[in-house]
Design a protein around this ligand. Structure first.
Ligand SMILES: Cc1cc2nc3c(=O)[nH]c(=O)nc-3n(C[C@H](O)[C@H](O)[C@H](O)COP(=O)(O)OP(=O)(O)OC[C@H]3O[C@@H](n4cnc5c(N)ncnc54)[C@H](O)[C@@H]3O)c2cc1C
Length: 480
């Protein structure tokens, strides 16, 4: 089994893409975007559409799609990246949250539209999202969540409850007791999407420089000399621009001044070899829904276009000091744990060899709510903190950032995540202890809630599990 090499997705495309040139030397631009993932590239793409004459430069430390954008589960999901209650504190209140949710749902269609317009072949399949409950405690949580959604006015067209049989008819997950189905979700090959997007941004005139790490971002005035705009510093020289946008999500902590802004949360994946038709006959999954469960430390999965199961989960949640992985290499214990989840949920695929394992980091703000910000006087902006729901959200964030930088007020520029600021993460070792403690709590809660534990120890164990999960949610602020 291969481990690392950034991700299976890149290797499936034939290996790493040909490397673009590094920054040739100091230069001046209208807009400098730091980070060549979905956020940076969507921003470049839309901004180049709005301002065809502008010089837009993307600086990428490795290669476009090296980060989470080339490693993720391929869920283009309309899931809200954060807490409704927190976003509702903004000036538009609950109506603002509903507007953000509606925009996220239509974003799935926008990604499809651009993929078609730009001939980006990324296995886009709009099969919806299915979250399964595999224990009575998970089912109770799912029903409670659905009741809250109904109270807010979301009907069957947004979230539909599926009975045990309806769930298994879609995907035959062992032990599934029911499911929640959201049609506004699609499956993609993530590296194919980011590679196609980078090429599309270049066709619109954006310049992408790779192997060009930015070591510091500061307003022009802060560098000593006066003037308008900001500077991105690199080993090859400075890029001075009217606007400098930080689009580095899980890697943000490495930039001076941003070390406690976003926590690099780890997520790991494994992919099977292609499964034989007999196994697919048993499992179903004909519509290629994106799949998750209702566990506290949840799993996520997709059926790939070439008939594999790619399955992911938290693994080791966080590395001390906001360190990041080396080329996506993940821990053997995480591979074993994901293999066990695969075998438990899909007994028919239990013997399937795992072909590749990898991991990556996503950005988590302290209040678990994403933000898109731009400060016209300094020219500094950023977007990120999508807490694992970044594939669709990065498109919406990119469009929003483009409108903000272009100075064009739009329905997007007043969404409640615009200008949202959370507090900083705690310093170490509290940060490490808090995150590891939280996931230890969640895993214990999941074990106590599991159907087999309930059989062994009765209802008391389940109630303790549910209580521990709630404690974890309250202490961490993770929205559910
Ligand atoms: C394993 C995994 C599974 C996931 N699954 C899903 C999913 O199924 N659905 C979903 O919605 N979300 C998912 N996510 C989250 C989602 O992938 C991210 O939120 C999203 O890709 C973030 O895009 P980005 O462009 O902001 O960041 P990234 O894609 O991480 O891009 C940041 C880029 O910035 C570059 N960079 C960093 N520092 C510097 C610097 N100093 N100078 C220059 N360049 C720099 C990096 O090399 C990187 O290429 C997953 C994440 C992971 C890791």
């Amino acid at each position: 089994m291969r481990n690392g090499e950034v991700s299976y997705w890149w290797q499936a495309l034939g290996g790493f893409p040909p490397r673009r040139a590094s920054l040739p030397g100091p230069l001046e631009a209208d807009v400098c975007i730091v980070g060549g993932g979905y956020t940076g590239l969507w921003t470049a793409y839309y901004l180049a559409g709005l301002r065809p004459q502008a010089r837009i430069v993307v600086l990428e430390a490795a290669f476009a799609g090296y980060g989470a954008s080339g490693r993720n589960g391929g869920w283009v999901t309309a899931e809200l990246p954060g807490s409704r209650a927190v976003y509702a504190r903004g000036p538009a209140g609950k109506a603002g949250v509903r507007a953000l949710e509606a925009e996220l749902r239509s974003t799935v269609g926008e990604v499809a539209r651009v993929c078609q317009a730009e001939s980006i072949d990324c296995d886009f399949a709009r099969g919806g999202r299915l979250s399964v409950a595999t224990s009575p405690a998970q089912l109770a949580r799912l029903r409670a969540g659905l009741a809250a959604l109904r109270e807010r006015g979301d009907g069957d067209d947004v979230y539909a409850f599926l009975s045990r049989d309806e769930t298994r008819e879609r995907i035959n997950v062992a032990g599934a007791l029911g499911g929640l189905y959201a049609p506004a979700s699609a499956r993609v090959q993530p590296a194919a999407l980011v590679a196609g997007l980078a090429a599309a941004a270049e066709r619109r005139g954006a310049e992408i420089y790779e192997a060009t790490a930015v070591t510091e971002i500061h307003p022009v005035g802060a560098g000593g000399a006066g003037g308008v705009g900001a500077v991105a510093r690199t080993a090859f020289g400075d890029v001075r621009a009217r606007s400098v946008l930080r689009c580095t999500e899980g890697f943000t902590a490495r930039l001076p001044g941003s070390r406690r802004a976003l926590l690099p949360m780890n997520s790991s994946m494994v992919v099977t070899e292609p499964l034989p038709p007999a196994v697919w006959k048993e499992i179903g999954w004909d519509s290629c829904e994106t799949l998750s469960d209702e566990a506290h430390a949840y799993m996520y999965a997709q059926r790939t276009a070439d008939g594999r199961i790619a399955i992911g989960g938290r693994g080791v949640p966080y590395r001390f000091g906001s360190a990041v992985d080396h080329l996506g290499v993940t821990q053997p214990s995480t591979v074993a744990a994901l293999g066990a989840v695969l075998a438990r949920m899909f007994p028919a695929a239990a013997g399937a060899p795992l072909e590749h394992a990898w991991c990556g980091v996503l950005g988590v703000p302290r209040d678990w709510c994403a933000s898109v910000s731009y400060d016209p006087p300094s020219g500094l902006g950023w977007a990120g903190g999508y807490t694992g729901h970044g594939v669709a959200a990065a498109n919406l964030a990119g469009r929003t950032l483009a409108d903000l930088v272009a100075g064009e007020p739009s329905p997007l520029t007043s969404l409640p995540w615009v200008g949202h600021r959370g507090r900083a993460w705690e310093p170490e070792p509290a940060r490490w202890a808090g995150v590891h403690g939280l996931y230890a709590l969640y895993r214990l809660a999941d074990r106590l809630e599991s159907a087999s534990a309930a059989e062994r120890g009765g209802q008391a164990r389940v109630l303790v599990g549910e209580a521990l999960g709630r404690v974890g949610d309250v202490v961490s602020g993770i929205p559910h």
